[in-house]
Design a protein around this ligand. Structure first.
Ligand SMILES: NC(=O)c1ccc[n+]([C@@H]2O[C@H](COP(=O)([O-])OP(=O)(O)OC[C@H]3O[C@@H](n4cnc5c(N)ncnc54)[C@H](O)[C@@H]3O)[C@@H](O)[C@H]2O)c1
Length: 252
């Protein structure tokens, strides 16, 4: 393992569990100081502890990241305690889960919730770092979308809309920030072995697995590897792009 990120600061939103946890640990393993933002204090503390084993500085920041004031407070603490943010991963997002329904039955508050958590957090957190990245002429922003944005899975109209918004956001911001040497990209996971997938009925799990040419679900580390690469100097000429990490479920 190289220490390619030594001296750089990474922020990972929703980094206590699942994909975000793997990303936070991936950055720490390669030498980055890491700020993890999440509302689940128990798992947040555990992930932070594990990241510290890599000998890096780790800041665990709890709170609801759909709350604008909380977002501003968390990023202010990162700047004060770790320094300027070099790498941001916008990982927070979710489907309507227990309120899942086809669109003709969807409640307005569910639509608002899904778009708020799966799109607005990405805009709000990115807004916190872009001025400094422009000034420093350095920065890497990677946002986690979903292959549902391309596939249009039934019952996820709100989620697909939000995650497609993440793609448009990325492309437009990549154009704005290109002249400042700031890279902005997206990773689209397919069905990934996190707690959300582990909770679904066994037959639905098997169907999801069988729809993947590589014959298994994605692991959180597969997504982390893609994010670490896109946040690295090796990806210096990649911006505005969408990397699908889905075992071939959807081609784009
Ligand atoms: N798991 C999959 O199959 C899959 C597939 C495609 C895309 N994704 C996307 O990947 C990302 C991570 O998904 P996951 O499966 O690891 O989810 P997860 O539920 O395991 O982890 C998400 C983390 O985000 C935190 N979080 C959620 N809302 C928050 C808020 N408002 N404020 C602070 N923290 C908040 C949660 O506490 C949790 O720790 C999401 O954007 C999701 O849409 C997941």
């Amino acid at each position: 393992m190289t220490r390619q990120f030594a001296g750089r600061v990474a922020v990972v939103t929703g980094g206590a569990n699942g994909i975000g946890r793997a990303i936070a640990l991936g950055f720490a393993a390669e030498g980055a100081d890491v700020a993890i933002m999440d509302r689940e204090e128990g798992p947040l503390g555990e992930t932070a502890e594990e990241a510290r084993r890599h000998g890096v500085r780790v800041l665990a920041l709890s709170g609801d990241m759909t709350d604008k004031r909380q977002v501003a407070e968390n990023f202010a603490r990162v700047r004060a305690e770790l320094g300027p943010v070099g790498m941001l991963t916008n990982n927070i997002g979710q489907t309507a889960r227990e309120n899942y329904s086809e669109f003709y039955l969807a409640k307005p508050e569910t639509l608002e919730f899904v778009v708020g958590v799966s799109l607005m957090t990405t805009l709000m957190c990115s807004r916190q770092v872009v001025e400094e990245m422009r000034e420093r002429r350095f920065g890497k922003i990677v946002s986690i979308s979903s292959d549902s944005a391309m596939n249009g899975d039934i019952g996820t109209v709100d989620y697909a809309a939000a995650k497609s918004g993440v793609l448009g956001f990325t492309r437009a911001l990549a154009r704005e920030l290109g002249p400042f040497k700031v890279n902005v990209n997206v990773v689209c996971p397919g069905p990934t072995n996190t707690r959300a997938m582990q909770r679904i009925p066994k037959d639905a799990y098997e169907r999801a697995k069988n729809a993947i040419p590589l014959g298994e679900l994605c692991e959180p580390e597969d997504i982390a590897n893609a994010v670490v690469f896109l946040s690295s100097d090796r990806a210096r000429f990649i911006t505005g792009q969408t990397l699908m990490v889905n075992g071939g479920r959807v081609f784009y």
